[in-house]
Design a protein around this ligand. Structure first.
Ligand code: TA6
Length: 314
């Protein structure tokens, strides 16, 4: 769809992989690769990149692209026979030219609808039929929205269960100057301590070492404050009760071939997720999970931005 206000362009990206570029009249843009259905760029109207993608990202199947917003489905993390974070991020999605009516009106926005159905190979490792429809929308104010609709299309009457995450990599100026508001006092499972359950302390989360925590029953809004950039990312979510916070820090960074040794300083994953309680669908049932990202100016260092006001605001 293109009009004088927005544009949606299918073109070739890195290594000749197909990608869709969404542009909005004030200059903001987003890119999503058909490989993985993965958003790899979200720029504001000044052309600043707001998502982190590793300089060593491989952009070559079967490796998932390191950065942007990997889709973790049909499982988050790794247990059983499925690979870590499932296989949706390692598959080629197609453009869905005839999606069923969408719950929210996207008419004046730049958006693309992608769809993933299981291959025969996939059915061998996860024996369920589904349709996974993903709409990526760039809003008129430069907000980025991802809406997932997953329908059980099994004809054998069988239900299936899955866990899910939008594994969002935010670009930050300096991880030691970043705070996360909205997860205080919540319970979390600590991936660095055999997934034991703990309770977060009462202040904003700051970062001085590796963090890998699954916060449970989290609010619909989470704020990520970048002191140096005087920018706050606001993550709004529906249908995704949990939130994963991850920074690999130096040791893990060095251990990842597709991640620069120092890149941990400039990224933070805050992931809208459904992990603690898997989602179960009967045949014909559909689940929706949505996240909306916005980037707002903030100068909390001068006390002007009350993070709570950001979280309680409309
Ligand atoms: O979301 C956090 C996490 O589960 C970490 O444990 C780490 O494994 C990260 O995901 C990256 O996983 P990946 O499979 O993309 O290397």
């Amino acid at each position: 769809m293109s009009s004088e206000r927005v544009s949606v362009e299918l073109c070739k990206g890195i290594n000749g992989l197909d990608k869709v570029v969404l542009r909005e009249v004030r200059g903001s843009s987003a890119e999503v690769y058909l490989y993985g259905g993965q958003v790899t760029s979200w720029k504001n109207d000044h052309g600043e990149e707001l998502l982190f993608v590793s300089n060593k990202a491989i952009f070559k199947p079967p490796k998932a692209i390191r950065g942007g917003i990997p889709i973790c489905f049909p499982q988050f993390a790794s247990h059983g026979s499925l690979e870590q974070h499932g296989f949706a991020r390692n598959r080629f999605w197609t453009i869905d030219n005839d999606p069923p009516p969408f719950p929210t009106n996207s008419s004046n926005k730049a958006f693309v609808d992608l769809i993933l159905r299981p291959s025969e190979e996939d059915m061998k490792i996860w024996p369920h039929s589904y349709e996974f429809r993903l709409r990526v929308t760039l809003g008129s104010g430069g907000d980025l929205m991802l809406t997932s609709r997953i329908r059980n299309t099994n004809t054998d009457g069988k239900s299936f269960s899955f866990t899910f995450a939008y594994h969002t990599y935010f670009s930050v100026s300096d991880i030691s100057e970043v705070r996360v508001e909205g997860l205080e006092t919540l319970d979390y499972l600590d991936n660095l301590k055999e997934k034991q359950r703990f309770t977060e302390q009462g202040d904003a989360i700051t970062f001085e070492f590796e963090v890998d925590k699954i916060y449970l029953s989290t609010p619909t809004k989470i704020a990520i404050l970048d002191h140096e950039k005087k920018r706050t990312f606001v993550l709004r979510k529906d249908g995704l009760p949990d939130a994963v916070v991850w920074n690999p820090w130096d040791r893990k960074a060095k251990a990842m071939a597709d991640f620069g040794d120092d890149e941990y300083k400039h990224m933070l994953c805050v992931e809208a997720a459904a992990v603690e309680k898997p989602i179960t669908l009967k045949p014909g049932e559909e689940w929706r999970g949505r996240q909306e990202l916005s980037a707002v100016p903030s100068s909390y260092c001068s006390g002007q931005l009350d993070p709570q006001r950001v979280l309680l605001g409309s």
